[in-house]
Design a protein around this ligand. Structure first.
Ligand code: DGY
Length: 336
């Protein structure tokens, strides 16, 4: 073989991205790594994921990928960094990664506004029964202006309860306090002086929040402590006119209890961007309820957020490959 024409081996680190994400971050990664992108419309199967991770030094994963000891071991000892293309990272066994010296990052901040916007949108849609109203028009059931039809609940001057006052909780509270004059209550591990001074918010315990709020919006991370936090007992504390919104993780809410509460009109409505499982099967009781608005986990699905998430994922992975601290390491503090 002519040595001048022989291709030189590519020694750049191998990186796997488990779905096609925004091009901005892929371009940055492609300049410095041997990049492989899983191009399927659906996530890779477990087997496929394990196989493709083998020999990688960096991984960009999605919340649908379970990153545990098995995956980290299959990747191999050269694996340096995993970045979740999300702010939440409950799909990653952070301890297993630390034990193997693998840095773990996420993509916070850049999706705060998009997710808070969606929380407000779901709150409004559930409170004002928008999907029911839209269906009525689409299905030709709009007969006349009805004095007592499709009555919703008002927002102005009501009380908002934020479960988990992290960045997204705060951004949601800011919107509803500034726009609708809502009084803000919140739960968090510690009081948030910023929220208290800027929004005149009050740090309370969960039972107080549930009993005193007209709207409850969930923003806590999914942990052992928060799984099933909003159960039948919690729902029973909420007033009958209350609206529950969840843009955090489906597992925080006991869905059977929620379906029962909505069916009995024990609370007014719910707006969910997250469910267990995802996707929620169409035959699930929550799907058929007219007072339950469900979106397919689109909190961060805005063009700017997804572009910036991909850039941050690339920055995290490239820093990890260089052995530098990640610009956005995961933090086990408040969600969002
Ligand atoms: C997150 O970032 O955790 C959202 O749930 C998906 O963007």
């Amino acid at each position: 073989m002519n040595p001048d024409t022989a291709a030189s081996p590519d020694h750049r680190p191998r990186v796997l991205v488990t779905r096609r994400i925004h091009e901005a971050g892929l371009q940055q990664l492609g300049e410095h790594t041997r990049l492989e992108v899983w191009d399927g419309a659906m996530p890779p199967s477990r087997e496929e994921l394990l196989r493709r991770a083998e020999g990688c030094e960096g991984l960009v994963t999605l919340l649908s990928d379970r990153v545990d000891g098995e995956l980290l071991d299959r990747a191999g000892p050269q694996l340096k960094v995993v970045c979740n293309y999300a702010v939440g990272f409950n799909n990653i066994d952070v301890q297993a990664a630390a034990q193997r010296d693998v840095a773990v990052g996420n993509t916070p901040d850049v999706l705060t506004d998009a997710t808070a916007d969606l929380a407000v949108a779901l709150l409004l849609a559930a409170a004002r029964r928008l999907p029911e109203a839209i269906d009525q028009v689409r299905q030709g059931r709009w007969k006349t202006w009805e004095p007592l039809g499709l009555l919703g609940v008002d927002l102005v001057g009501k009380t908002l309860g934020i479960v988990g006052m992290g960045r997204i909780g705060l951004a949601t509270a800011q919107r509803l306090h500034a726009g609708w004059g809502m009084r803000v209550l919140y739960t968090a591990r510690d009081p948030k002086p910023d929220a208290d001074s800027r929004l005149d918010a009050r740090h309370v315990d969960l039972p107080t929040l549930l009993a005193s709020s007209d709207f409850v919006s969930i923003h806590c991370p999914l942990t052992e402590q928060t799984a099933g936090l909003i159960d039948a007992e919690a729902l029973a504390r909420m007033p009958q006119h209350a609206v529950l919104v969840n843009t955090a993780r489906g597992e925080v809410v006991d869905q059977d209890a929620l379906a029962a509460a909505l069916e009995k009109r024990q609370i007014f409505a719910a707006g969910l961007d997250v469910t267990t499982p995802e996707p929620l099967p169409p035959e699930h009781p929550l799907v058929g309820l007219d007072n339950c608005v469900i979106a397919p986990h689109i909190g961060s699905a805005s063009q700017d957020s997804r572009r910036r998430m991909s850039e941050i994922a690339a920055q995290n992975v490239l820093a990890g490959l260089r052995g530098e601290p990640l610009p956005h390491p995961v933090s086990t503090g408040e969600a969002g």
